[in-house]
Design a protein around this ligand. Structure first.
Ligand SMILES: Cc1cc2nc3c(=O)[nH]c(=O)nc-3n(C[C@H](O)[C@H](O)[C@H](O)COP(=O)(O)OP(=O)(O)OC[C@H]3O[C@@H](n4cnc5c(N)ncnc54)[C@H](O)[C@@H]3O)c2cc1C
Length: 391
């Protein structure tokens, strides 16, 4: 079996690279050890968003790109990506005061190119008590703006399905075992339902998310990967106690926490905790659960949460290792290419669900010197995406 690209992992990044590569006319094989979105891509906050809080860390390029992709996905995938109003309450003791929030939302709107979906308003105080028991004590203003919400796993399946419609092949289960990289090609060994198989490719794409370092350790000769941290983000899954969407400032440490109705449940998240175990061991700790419940009870003092009805899930962010807190580290995607002049291996780590399409285009651009000239068969910015059940 010979391919232009073999992609390891069918999370959103692997699915996105497969779609972009197949659309560009390349032959592609995707290896996924379990099922699409088995890793982080089913454990996100499920927002297709510009990332309002990234303005604080001056990640303007990421916000602009994300807002552009949000607008595109609202058009391409209307059954998967839907606009929702989020509320930001500002109190006397909030770290970010009304002026800061107003300025942030104005800049957000500007970075969107004044898209009508980036409009915002300050709610009149007469409407504050309609917000389902939101704490009124010390409340100074409530802003309403819009973000889009998705089903992250369903979106990943739809992108993978689109890749396969464009000709990509997928081995699932297809567990990557090892690869040997030389100046002409990569020989890849993987385990499928029917035993061990071998494929060769011009470029190997490592989209294994939190397993990226494990993949690199299985490649010969030794390959470099920058040091990264796996940072766990947990969400609580509660009964549908609220109908409105909130973007809150955690009283404990002033981090942003979302409260989001989703598919008949209420999601509350997220946390940031360095994870030292294997990716499979990620799970919401008692400490994270207490932290999130405390945020909820701080803002909704009358809300009664039955401890027996608190579910959770935990995902792992792949962030560059640094002394900075996880909250202030860049959310830009990380690319690592083995050889700029003759790339045979690229690792794509972290990034956003929202920007999977532009991430895929950037990844292809970085390895194009090793790929043949092919005739493009489609443009991913024009391919509609619909929910699929069959994967
Ligand atoms: C808590 C949290 C909240 C987030 N919220 C948002 C959000 O609201 N909006 C947003 O835009 N972004 C969000 N993100 C970011 C986004 O979810 C991730 O960047 C994205 O899902 C990463 O996808 P991935 O494909 O790189 O990794 P993954 O989804 O983890 O995919 C890796 C895949 O590789 C497979 N794999 C591993 N090893 C092998 C092997 N040996 N052989 C074959 N397959 C293998 C795994 O099974 C897995 O399916 C969030 C991230 C976290 C952690």
């Amino acid at each position: 079996m010979k391919y232009d690209l073999v992609v390891i992992g069918a999370g959103i990044q692997g699915a996105g690279v497969a779609q972009a590569a197949a659309a560009a006319g390349y032959s592609v094989l995707v290896l996924e050890q379990s099922f699409p979105a088995a890793g982080t891509s089913s454990k996100s906050s499920k927002l297709i968003h510009g990332g309002l809080r990234y303005l604080e860390t001056s990640q303007f390029g990421l916000v602009r790109e994300s807002l552009h992709e949000r607008a595109l996905l609202l058009k391409l995938a209307p059954d998967l990506v839907k606009l929702k109003p989020l509320h930001i309450p500002v109190y006397e003791d909030s770290k970010r005061n009304s002026l800061t929030i107003r300025s942030g939302l104005s800049l957000y709107s500007l970075l969107s190119g004044l898209d009508s979906n980036a409009r915002f308003k300050s709610l009149p105080s007469s409407q504050w008590d309609s917000l389902e028991g939101l704490k009124q004590d010390g409340l100074k203003s409530v802003f309403r703006y819009y973000e889009a919400q998705t089903d992250d796993a369903a979106l990943t399946r739809a992108v993978l399905h689109s890749a396969m419609e464009l000709g990509a092949e997928c081995e699932m289960p297809g567990h990557f075992v090892s690869a040997h990289v030389n100046s002409h090609s990569c020989i890849v060994e993987f385990e499928s339902e029917f035993g061990f198989k071998t494929a060769s490719c011009r470029v190997l794409v490592n989209c294994a998310g939190p397993w990226a370092s494990d993949i690199i350790s299985r490649i010969e000769p030794d390959m470099y990967l920058p040091k990264v941290d796996l940072v766990q983000g947990s969400h609580l899954v509660l009964p549908p106690l609220l109908n409105n969407y909130f973007y809150l400032e955690a009283p404990q440490d002033k981090r942003a926490v979302f409260v989001l109705p989703w598919q008949g449940k209420l999601l509350v998240g997220t946390t940031e905790k360095i994870h030292y175990g294997t990716p499979e061991q990620a799970q919401c700790s008692a400490e994270e659960r207490d932290y999130l419940l405390e945020v909820l009870s701080h803002y909704f003092p009358a809300l009664e949460v039955d401890a027996n009805q608190v579910g959770s899930f935990a995902g792992l962010r792949v962030l560059p290792r640094s002394e900075k807190s996880a909250f202030s580290r860049t959310r830009e995607v990380l690319f690592e290419v083995d050889n700029e002049a003759r790339p045979r291996l690229i690792s794509v780590m972290g990034g956003k669900l929202t920007t999977y399409r532009t991430t895929a285009l950037m990844a292809l651009e970085k390895v194009k010197l090793s790929l043949p000239v092919k005739e493009r068969i489609a443009d991913t910015s024009r391919i509609p995406l619909s929910p699929v059940d069959w994967l």
